[in-house]
Design a protein around this ligand. Structure first.
Ligand SMILES: C[S@@+](CC[C@H](N)C(=O)[O-])C[C@H]1O[C@@H](n2cnc3c(N)ncnc32)[C@H](O)[C@@H]1O
Length: 198
């Protein structure tokens, strides 16, 4: 483990409090500020491994449902429905979700970091667009989305597309994001399901 990880206060806090990752505090801070979840909600967690966000979402929805999807497997979390799959694959998401409608989509997906920022950033935008696409197929009218994306080229175009689909959209960097990080979270609330208006 790198020294950076050992020193990190959120990392130690997550270990102590029984969370799978320090990332859970980003989700908690976002929820505190923007009120993403309600008791009883069905949440779809994209890029869920190792499971910190799924744990945080489950706490927030109580008797609701959390459906977690990732390319890689993760240890079971009591109460979380877990699937291995590629979120960018229409077929994989059809098999996992079928006709399920969800109240909230959360995506902390990140590409394998190559070290070439332009490439990594473009891949991050592609993953965020895939999350938006999943919203268009499975988010209920009025639902919410939180999606991570690395800042850079095509960020503004992505934001515009999110704005076309939700009534409330803000960019936010929670305190638990590392200072040097280029990651940004798009908070989108009140989904406009055009299929219902048609
Ligand atoms: C930063 S980690 C997520 C951490 C997680 N939110 C937590 O709190 O523990 C990013 C995850 O995105 C997943 N991922 C990347 N591309 C994906 C894809 N196309 N489909 C599904 N998961 C993907 C990776 O496998 C990785 O586990």
């Amino acid at each position: 483990m790198c020294a950076y990880k050992k020193r990190d206060g959120y990392y130690r806090k997550a270990k102590k409090e029984g969370y799978r990752s320090r990332a859970v505090y980003k989700l908690k801070q976002i929820h505190e500020k923007f009120g993403i979840f309600r008791e009883g909600d069905t949440v779809l967690d994209l890029g869920a491994a190792p499971g910190g966000w799924s744990q945080g979402a489950l706490e927030a929805v109580g008797e609701g449902r959390v459906i977690a999807v990732d390319l890689v497997g993760m240890r079971d979390i009591d109460g979380v429905e877990q699937y291995r799959g590629d979120v960018t694959s229409e077929e994989a998401m059809d098999n996992i979700l079928k006709d399920t409608k969800v109240d909230v989509v959360i995506s902390d997906m990140a590409p394998n970091i190559s070290g070439n920022y332009s490439l990594d950033q473009a891949r991050s935008v592609y993953l965020a667009r895939s999350a938006l696409h999943v919203c268009q197929r499975s988010l209920r009218d009025g639902g919410n989305m939180v999606v991570k994306v690395f800042q850079g080229e095509d960020f503004d175009a992505l934001l515009e597309d999110v704005r076309a689909n939700f009534r409330f959209v803000k960019c936010h960097s929670p305190r638990a994001s590392r200072n040097a990080s280029s990651e940004m979270y798009i908070i989108a609330k009140d989904f406009l399901d055009i299929r219902q208006k048609g």
